[in-house]
Ligand binder design. Sequence first.
Ligand code: FPP
Length: 234
Amino acid sequence: MTESQKIPRHVAVIMDGNGRWAKAQGKPRVFGHKAGMDAVERTAIYAQKRGIDVLTVYAFSTENWSRPMDEVKFIMSLPIDFYKRFVPVLNRENIRIGMIGDREGVPDATLKAIDQAAVDTAQNTGMLLNFAMNYGGRAEILQAIRKLANSDMDLSALTEEKFSDAMYTSGLPDPDLIIRTSGELRLSNFLPWQSVYSELYFTDVLWPDFDEAELDKALEEFKKRDRRIGGLSK
Ligand code: FPP
């Protein structure tokens, strides 16, 4: 296997631990989310340098609405901040922005900022930085089923490929590697359809502390994995 085959095409990240990171410094939780956004920026820039094609980051789950209203509002305002600060950086770095998730319920200003960032970076030919925003894996599966049921497709002829095409991630490779920070060992409704053969990497590092060296560690570990995908060891 060549070196480039050992680099995951699609890396997905569950960015956990922002609140604990802030608390450890005696700061409000939102301070951790702000620092988390900086971690998104440096990780995206470095991921592209390492040859990754798609980086999907779990920014807000369908379950996160149950957090205190102020915190939800703050997270929803982050893409607006992100847009202003990072679109010039992303254009310099040739990175595109995308979104997966249920647009219903996301504030208009948040959607507008994400959509604008997607339009303003659409000409870039490098890595796709994909925000999972108001994303829930089971909800994604249900919306795919509804979409297919409302189409004129003969559902008795449904294939895995056609089902994948009805998902938010249509056209993207499945994640080869899923990283979760902060020591939690679960996937929390993140990409359940797409992750069946993903390699999982867990680290105790809190998301705001995640950096180039931590991504290197995850990619080193990925290289050591024997991805049989149902076949035999090579
Ligand atoms: C998990 O930490 C983090 C979140 C639910 C929010 C993640 C959002 C960002 C990193 C910013 C993303 C950037 C944009 C542009 C949307 P937690 O709050 O669950 O931490 P805890 O488990 O320590 O409480």
